[in-house]
Ligand binder design. Structure first.
Ligand SMILES: Cc1cc2nc3c(=O)[nH]c(=O)nc-3n(C[C@H](O)[C@H](O)[C@H](O)COP(=O)(O)O)c2cc1C
Length: 223
């Protein structure tokens, strides 16, 4: 049996009253409800340090057996962005031009998305998120990672929320398939592209679809 790890006291144990808890929960909700997926970006620069801290925040996510099965490949280089755009648009042309089932295209139609992805070059940063399916065990074999999809999904949620909190907009983009990201960003075969996050400020005239979110009564049941 492996030895249990040494322990430290819980690092954050604020003593908040019920009223304070309610106020903070509402304050957070009021902020995150303003997040929207933006598809039209400004080229206004964003300091690299902002990305660094938001990714640090993502890296604190709870995850299966603390394997931390993620990698964030951050792209600001215009030439690399251009190559990603070219490859993504080639995939998307096939997707919209026949590979996608009619039902999927119908679901996307109201959002007005198509194969044209200028934002992949306009936005100052792209973050390609990779999920580490397994780890090299140091002896030429594979060590297992646990709950990889759930873990990377939670880390991505924290990243999106951290970027929103900093004052930036994101687009969660999933060109399908995305294997080209491994080649362009030189990521190993044990990592699969999870999604491509476009990060920056919205263009001045950017608009978003007028969609709503389900009310609490539809998304939660209390017992
Ligand atoms: C896993 C995932 C994949 C997505 N892929 C795309 C995409 O490829 N292109 C796109 O324009 N939006 C994409 N979106 C954004 C969704 O369309 C958007 O989150 C949804 O319509 C709700 O809008 P909101 O984010 O503004 O609340 C994706 C979102 C998620 C979570």
């Amino acid at each position: 049996m492996p030895h249990p790890l040494p322990t430290v006291p819980v690092p954050h144990r604020p003593d908040r009253s019920p009223a304070e808890l309610r106020a903070r929960a509402r304050e957070f909700y009021d902020e995150v409800k303003l997040r929207r997926t933006v598809r039209d970006f400004s080229s206004r620069p964003v300091p690299r340090e902002v990305l660094e801290d938001c990714i640090r925040a993502a890296g604190t996510a709870p995850n299966g057996a603390n394997c931390q099965p993620w990698h964030f490949a951050v792209v600001g280089d215009p030439e690399v962005k251009r190559r990603i755009r070219e490859a993504a648009e080639a995939e998307e042309r096939e997707f919209y031009g026949g590979r996608a089932p009619e039902e999927w295209l119908d679901a996307l139609a109201p959002l007005g998305t198509d194969a044209h992805k200028p934002f992949l070059e306009t936005a100052p940063w792209l973050v390609a998120i990779f999920a580490e399916s397994w780890r090299p065990d140091g002896e030429g074999g594979r060590a297992k990672n646990y709950y990889v999809t759930e873990s990377v999904g939670i880390a991505t949620g924290i990243l999106v929320t951290a970027l929103h909190h900093a004052g930036l907009a994101t687009l969660t983009h999933t060109p399908s398939p995305m294997k080209f990201l491994n080649a362009i960003l030189r990521r190993p075969d044990n990592e699969r592209p999870f999604l491509l996050l476009v990060v920056g400020f919205p263009a001045d005239d950017a608009e978003v679809p007028d969609i709503g979110k389900k009310p609490l009564s539809e998304i939660a049941t209390f017992f």
